[in-house]
Design a binder for this molecule. Sequence first.
Ligand code: BGC
Length: 248
Amino acid sequence: MKILGIDIGGSAVKGAPVDTRTGRLVAPRHRIATDKKLSPKEMAATIKRLAAHFDWAGPIGVGFPGVVHGPRILTSANLHKDFCDCDVVRLFGKATGCPVALINDADAAGMAEIRFGAGRDITGTVLLLTLGTGVGSALFCNGRLFPNSELGHLPIRGKSAERFVSSAAKDRRDLDYKEWGKELRDYIRVLEKILWPERIIIGGGVSKNHAKFFKYIKPRAQLVPAEFFNEAGIVGAAMWAAEQQRKR
Ligand code: BGC
């Protein structure tokens, strides 16, 4: 099935049509930079532009960095606050004229990695962490998703962990890989004490530099970089929409 996968992020909205049987993009990814926090209405116009770029008239899967319940977004830690309690399935559906399915961005990335990437050959508990503007998490047991795990908001020193361990926090706090790697080590130790994953997959742009910081983490689980890098969110959002289409 061909679905337009869209990944809404802190600095850009990216999308591409995906063949959900293979996890491959069927056209080059298109990226629209967002230099400010877009309101839901402005975001709908951006999604419409993205769909128009591909001349798209079919189903769309959207990954959003917040808690998702059905068609609604419940939280928006790093994007416009007006997304809280917003029915974006209706809003984006109206803007594009296409059926829209919504999923948390990290859950989307996890779906792509579990099916086609760094989690494809493993049973048991797998945890994906995406390190970007925030920290996203996706938790799987035997390939099944436990949605909205939001482990980036685990309290550390009274604040959300993502304030210390996201890659944005590394830059903001001017940490080198060693200093940041040790922060990550402490965070991942807490997660391991609670969840006991067999494998931990690290995604987000910074995962391409994994050789510079994996050595400081020393987890019990196997620690591996994501295989999709930039495209997991797009592919997973499309996979999610394909699942919703099948249920119709
Ligand atoms: C959000 C998550 C999201 C993560 C990565 C966090 O701030 O709460 O929903 O997955 O950022 O984008």
